[in-house]
Design a protein around this ligand. Structure first.
Ligand SMILES: Nc1ncnc2c1ncn2[C@@H]1O[C@H](COP(=O)(O)OP(=O)(O)OP(=O)(O)O)[C@@H](O)[C@H]1O
Length: 353
């Protein structure tokens, strides 16, 4: 599927102006390394981005590109072997190096996360009601009865039918989509400024996936939250995100507003990811395209551009690492040989080469 076709067949939200609003989160040169037996794995390698209230940023990349580690680093959810450097400011509070008590407050009140598998996020031995009431009372010192009322409100908010009945049920009595709605309700119980959805719909069937994504976007608009969605699925990003950051080998490879990116993909890696998306016209049982070659070993990155060994456009020049730069207004990419613009305008790389 070409990027234009993808753009034309999806409903990416219209870009909204961020003028006057301060970013909820500003990440600058974030680095995460793991050291084991003298081997250093560079899982996140100098990542920078920002997100404003009411915006959805999709962080996209193949498995192992550092998406989850980069997010867990923000919330100090990595094992002690992780070394985190750089800066991540949430509404002005520096998260890198924040002490445990202050971080717990951030996790409880400012940032909430929804993970891939709702079954593992919920306690199978506790009723939905008790799990919600416990989460609500963790954030606000209110009586149980009041918390029960708020639990019903939250289940209404996530559009779970018959909320009073659901409170008495256990996770196994709900479908996967319903369980994910409960997880989202629990995440919203702290009234977060930033909601992180880490592959939150990957385990669901396509119809339920769309319903949950639409719910998240609707909640985001109504509550004014910022949302970071982590996914390996560019098509999902095209439908639901305002901005897209494509990660490769722990770095941003391409970063732009969704419409800008999909109408003019410039980075060969992003184009390869697009080629791996099935089309409606693809006959059943067709072998899907995959990005050729293997993701790099983060413990032994190639010199220069990390995508070089897999890139059909690579030259000797790519032995020098291309910086991520805003080559066109609002469109950053790290490539010496970007793909020609789809609109035929003269590319600016000629001056740079
Ligand atoms: N605890 C750990 N110890 C050592 N290395 C780790 C650890 N956790 C992650 N890594 C390294 O970080 C890399 C990035 O992992 P991460 O989970 O962020 O990838 P991802 O892009 O989220 O992939 P996926 O889509 O499969 O979840 C992994 O390939 C692995 O090499």
């Amino acid at each position: 599927m070409s990027s234009n076709t993808l753009r034309a067949t999806t409903g990416a939200p219209a870009p909204t102006s961020n003028e006057g609003s301060k970013p909820v989160l500003t990440v600058e040169d974030l680095r995460v390394t793991f050291s084991r037996h003298g081997r250093v794995v560079h899982a996140v390698n100098g990542l920078s981005y920002r997100i404003h209230p009411g915006q959805t940023l999709a962080i996209i990349g193949e498995s192992g590109s550092g998406k989850s580690v980069s997010i867990r680093a923000l919330m100090d959810l990595l094992p002690p072997s992780a070394r985190i450097e750089g800066s991540a400011r949430l509404n002005g509070t520096e998260l890198v190096g924040l002490d445990e008590k202050a971080m717990r407050a951030v996790r409880g009140r400012e940032i909430a996360m929804v993970f891939q598998d709702p079954a593992s996020s919920l306690n199978p031995t506790m009723s939905i009601g008790n799990q919600l009431i416990e989460a609500i009372r963790m954030h606000a010192p209110i009586k149980r009865r009041e918390a029960a009322e708020k639990a019903v409100e939250l289940l209404n908010l996530v559009r779970l039918p018959s909320p009073e009945k659901r409170l008495k049920q256990y996770p196994h009595q709900l479908s996967g989509g319903m369980r994910q709605r409960v997880v989202i309700a629990i995440a919203l119980s702290c009234d977060p400024k930033l909601l992180i959805a880490d592959e939150a719909t990957t385990a669901l069937d396509v119809t339920t996936q769309a319903q949950i994504m639409e719910l998240l976007i609707d909640l985001q608009e109504r509550l004014g939250m910022a949302v970071i969605m982590i996914s390996h699925d560019l098509a999902l990003a095209a439908c639901y995100a305002h901005e897209v950051l494509v990660m490769y080998a722990g770095k941003a490879a391409e970063y732009a507003a969704t419409g800008t990116l999909f109408s003019n993909v410039r980075m060969p890696y992003t184009q390869a990811l697009l080629g791996a998306i099935p089309q409606l016209s693809t006959p059943a049982h067709t072998q899907l395209a995959v990005v050729g070659g293997h993701p790099p070993d983060l413990g032994s990155l190639p010199e220069g551009c990390a995508f070089r060994p897999r890139c059909p456009h690579s030259t000797e020049r790519c032995r020098v690492e291309p910086p991520l730069a805003e080559h066109e207004p609002g469109h950053s990419y790290a490539c010496w040989h970007p793909i020609a613009r789809a609109d035929g305008l003269a590319p600016d790389e000629k001056e740079r080469i």
